[in-house]
Design a protein around this ligand. Structure first.
Ligand code: PLP
Length: 388
């Protein structure tokens, strides 16, 4: 190639690159680039690095401090990693079907129930659709609809941290495409009473999908409703109940949750909106083993509930506000901004979640740990607040 030709070609290449930057710059959809970041808790490794301590206590992500059933360990030991997982999760769905009394065709398993929140948005939302949720809310009830291009309407809880049923009823009359409600609420911890739930359901219009996220179902008080049973009495409604193995069953690291839909059409749409092998083989084997050892889960949740009352009482005596909770965490109100307090606790090796949502800057959500974890948290919180 002649020298002049080479120079010419170089110029052309440069020109093309310039054009491509101006005209075809690679950028994500604006719904994605503008998305709020999910406020995930930090891992033990990161907490150890930041605090310089070995003995960190993780109280930010509502995990089970007692681990999982020994049956899970045995099931994982027998795993064959070289084979693809069962893409239809057939054994897990059959096992759930027997426990829940819903046919397997209405049950969908996900890579955590968070994947099913995303799947519902992907399956049902058009750009500009309205999605209704509560504030304060579980981050993904807002993030996933926004990612799908929807607008999110949040009904704040009342000052006393009750669900604002009147306001929800009014918003439901405007026919949002999807409603996401977590009960017990994450981050508040309170559960919707049966009369309140019935009033909300009375207001759901045709064309609205009602999603009840029961991630903490296994921890609720005996008097609180089983959403699946209540919704089962509503043949005309379109609904999904979401549950998970991450909290009461102690499998957060394996990522497995499930949804029960009012009909197999909704279940089919959810399945079409996830990847074919979304739930890996370890997660399926562990979830089946965990379900079959219900006694382990009941024992762990009973301990957590007991320690929850002890911790709530200790905190009240310390003088901080505690919202009554039916989940494995407490939402506590400080008299000062929560961020610096959480940072001071992290320096002591204790990880909690300062609530980032607008209007809740003085709140911390703390997971119920072992009795020892909880005591360490109270001591250090008292010190950080200058109260003890
Ligand atoms: C923890 C949680 C989830 C997500 O659970 P995974 O199954 O781990 O994805 C969903 N909804 C709420 C309200 C939660 O608190």
């Amino acid at each position: 190639m002649g020298r002049r030709r080479a120079r010419q070609e170089k110029r052309m290449m440069r020109g093309r690159n310039m054009n491509s930057i101006e005209e075809n710059a690679l950028s994500p959809r604006k719904e994605i680039s503008g998305l709020p970041v999910y406020n995930a808790g930090i891992s033990a490794t990161v907490a150890q690095r930041v605090s310089g301590r070995e003995d960190v206590v993780l109280l930010a992500s509502n995990e089970n401090p007692y681990g999982a059933s020994p049956a899970v360990t045995a099931a994982l030991g027998a795993l064959v990693p070289s084979r693809y997982s069962d893409s239809s999760c057939s054994v897990l769905r059959d096992t759930l079907s027997q426990q829940l009394g819903a046919t397997p065709d209405r049950i969908v398993c996900g890579n955590g129930s968070e994947e099913l929140i995303a799947a519902l948005c992907r399956a049902y939302l058009h750009k500009g659709d309205a999605v209704l949720t509560i504030s304060p809310c579980f981050g993904l009830h807002e993030i996933e609809p926004l990612a799908a291009g929807a607008q999110v309407i949040k009904v704040p809880m009342t000052k006393a941290f009750d669900f604002d049923i009147d306001a929800l009823v009014l918003e439901l009359s405007r026919r949002p495409k999807i409603v996401f409600i977590s009960s017990p609420s994450n981050p508040v911890g309170n559960a919707m009473s049966q009369p309140d739930l019935e009033r909300v359901l009375d207001a759901v219009q045709p064309g609205t999908l009602f999603v009840l996220d029961e991630a903490y179902f296994e921890l609720i008080d005996p008097g609180s409703p089983d959403g699946l049973k209540v919704l089962g009495q509503r043949p005309g409604l379109s609904w999904v109940v979401l549950r998970t193995f991450s909290k009461a069953y102690g499998l957060a690291g394996l990522r497995v949750g499930y949804g029960i839909a009012s009909d197999d059409g909704i279940a089919r749409a959810m399945r079409a909106a996830v990847t074919p092998f979304n739930v890996n083989a370890a997660a399926q084997a562990a979830a089946i083993a965990a379900l079959l050892d219900d006694a382990w889960m009941k024992d762990a949740t009973a301990r957590i509930r007991r320690d929850r009352s002890v911790l709530a009482e200790r905190l009240r005596r310390l003088g901080v506000g505690v919202v009554p909770s039916q989940a494995n965490f407490l939402f506590i109100e400080l008299s000062i901004e929560a961020g610096p307090v959480a940072r001071a606790l992290l320096d002591k090796g204790i990880v909690v979640k300062p609530w980032m949502e607008a209007g809740y800057a003085n709140f911390i959500r703390v997971t119920i740990g072992t009795a020892g974890d909880n005591e360490r948290f109270v001591q250090e919180l008292g010190r950080a607040l200058g109260l003890s």
